[in-house]
Design a protein around this ligand. Structure first.
Ligand code: NI
Length: 131
């Protein structure tokens, strides 16, 4: 039996921004927590949708879809960016968020660059998993 995962405990274990940490897996998907601050890079994920769920703070997701939409999320709100749609997360102050995406999804998608995160599942068995 797996033990419950405490997101607040997991978030207390790191401070760096734009570096998603795997906290759970289901089927071929991973649940990650991440801290965001300021503007990310424009990018897209050709092969997958990407779910953002805001835990703390206020996150705007800019979208290069036909409507040039900007979606602002408060704690408790989520948004799914469709596959292939260019997007840029912009954090107003610091934001803590949960991501759901297929295993192997890279944070900068097709764009690459200096903000590309190293795969990190070191929190899977760290404190915050009760028991
Ligand atoms: Ni993305």
């Amino acid at each position: 039996m797996k033990d419950p995962v405490d997101l607040a405990d997991k978030l207390a274990l790191f401070s760096e921004h734009w570096s998603p940490k795997v906290v759970a897996r289901l089927n071929d998907y991973e649940i990650k927590v991440v801290k965001l601050a300021g503007e990310f890079v424009w990018h897209d994920h050709a092969g997958t949708d990407e779910l953002f769920f805001v835990i703390e703070g206020r996150l705007t997701i800019q979208l290069r879809d036909p409507d040039e939409r900007r979606v602002t999320l408060r704690p408790g709100q989520l948004y799914v960016v469709p596959r292939g749609v260019e997007h840029r997360p912009v954090a107003d102050g610091e934001v803590a968020a949960l991501l759901i995406e297929p295993t192997g999804t890279v944070n900068t998608g097709e764009a690459g660059g200096g903000l590309t995160a190293t795969y990190d599942d070191s929190l899977l068995d760290a404190p915050g998993t009760d028991g």
